[in-house]
Write a protein that binds this ligand. Structure first.
Ligand SMILES: *Cc1c(COP(=O)(O)O)cnc(C)c1O
Ligand SMILES: [Zn+2]
Length: 417
């Protein structure tokens, strides 16, 4: 790879050659991919991008860690819409709000960006099988992207994974192992199996290429905002790989001279499971926490990528916000009713945190904010139904309809004569 210099440990700084099968440093630290920005600058410019027809994450290949002859993965991952939301912005009391709906990826979450990258690297490694553990979305995205490439998968999920995600897994033909335990238990058993059978490893915070895939969300935000950097970017945090990727994307844009400043990150976790935010708030090393939230995708008591995530939050002069399950459900309804965007609980947690940060006066009124919706609501309908009002049920006659309109306070206006 001409654009990559090496992989460097975020803990001790030791450097490694960027081979496809990279895992953690001997010191236990996770690696970060280091680029030759001077070289990339000559290839990737605003002008080049403005003429490019590929609307997927691979439109940024020059700044992605793949060999020049590696094919783009098949499913159309990335280039999700960035919606301008003036009504919600004014409700929150900020100047500009954009919602980046990453639930519109092929398997309906931002994880597709990481999984597409994992599949590309697995193909470079000539692997035939990929293994991973996941709270659900990494699993379903890997299963889908691997199926499209003809690769086999072994996937470990905690038994609590919502039905929608499990349905995706079996449809994509993954070998699914449902672990009767926490995400931590699930991760450990998957790590042992991956080692024993020598599969390509897609586990978050072992494989340093995953956050490189995820960073494309920020590359897109930069381009979609015509290279004007937002003031804040709000995103939900579980393992920490996503927020690390979001930060890396903006740093890439800055290093390439495509934007002239960096945003502040708003790191949002569930109050019942917030080890990363707690570490930042207390300015202490992180330690494990219970997984006590209905937002299953971010119910991560032992985060796998705390170092990159905490560095990102601190480096960006970020804000940490924890939200209750009630606040998450309220955000689900708020995004649905005011924007027509349907996110899963973890998907809307960033927006829930943004709302809270606005209420606490942490966001200046003239700010431009991007809130990333990381997963689609159809993945977890059971929890959603709890958050919103059940529809009215009527007998099939007008009398019953009018009664229901009255009872629900939704009587339509009389038709003009
Ligand atoms: C995985 C996930 C997150 C958090 O990403 P991490 O890398 O675990 O921090 C947020 N939202 C959704 C929908 C996810 O699937
Ligand atoms: Zn190290």
């Amino acid at each position: 790879m001409k654009n990559v210099i090496c992989a460097r440990c975020v803990k001790c700084g030791k450097e490694y050659e960027a081979i496809p099968n990279l895992e953690n440093c001997t010191c236990g630290g996770i690696l970060d991919i280091i680029y030759d920005y001077d070289y990339i600058k000559t290839k990737l410019t605003k002008d080049v991008l403005s003429k490019r027809g590929d609307y997927s994450m691979w439109r940024y290949r020059e700044v992605l860690p793949v060999e020049e002859d590696t094919e783009n993965t098949k499913l159309r991952v990335g280039w999700s819409p960035l919606y301008d939301e003036p009504r919600l912005a004014s409700m929150l009391g900020i100047a500009k709000l954009y919602i980046k709906d990453d639930g519109l990826n092929p398997t309906s979450s931002l994880k597709d960006r990481a999984s597409a990258m994992a599949v590309a690297k697995a193909l470079e490694a000539k692997a035939e099988v990929i293994g991973c553990s996941s709270t659900g979305n990494a699993a379903s995205s890997l299963a889908g992207n691997a199926a499209a490439a003809g690769l086999k998968t072994y996937i470990f999920v905690p038994a609590r994974a919502p039905k929608g995600k499990v349905a995706q897994l079996v449809t994509f033909g993954a070998n699914v192992i449902s672990v009767d335990g926490s995400y931590e238990d699930t991760f450990k058993i998957s790590a042992e199996a991956i080692k024993k059978w020598g599969w390509y490893n897609r586990n978050a915070a072992i494989n340093p290429y995953l956050s490189e895939g995820k960073k494309t969300v920020s590359l897109e935000i930069g381009e979609q905002l015509k290279w004007v950097c937002p003031d804040f970017v709000a995103v939900s945090v579980g393992d920490g790989c996503t927020i690390a990727g979001v930060w890396k994307g903006f740093k890439d844009l800055y290093a390439l001279g495509l934007i002239d400043r960096l945003p502040r990150l708003i790191s949002v976790q569930a109050a019942g499971c917030c080890p990363i935010n707690r570490a930042v708030a207390e300015n202490k090393p992180w330690y494990p926490m219970e997984e006590n939230t209905l937002a299953d995708s971010i119910a991560v008591g032992v985060p796998r990528n705390p170092d990159k995530a905490i560095n990102a939050i601190i480096e960006s002069n970020g804000i940490v916000i924890n939200v209750t399950d009630e606040e998450i459900m309220a955000a689900q309804k708020l995004l649905g009713t005011s924007c027509g965007v349907f996110g899963e609980p973890a998907g809307v947690t960033g927006t829930a945190g943004l709302k809270k940060a606005c209420e606490e006066g942490l966001i200046p009124k003239d700010a431009t904010v991007v809130s990333i919706v990381t997963g689609n609501g159809l993945k977890d309908v059971d929890n959603t139904i709890k958050a919103v009002k059940a529809p009215v049920v009527i007998r099939p006659d007008m009398e019953s309809l009018i009664e229901a309109f009255k009872a629900g306070g939704i009587m339509p206006k009389e038709k003009m004569a």
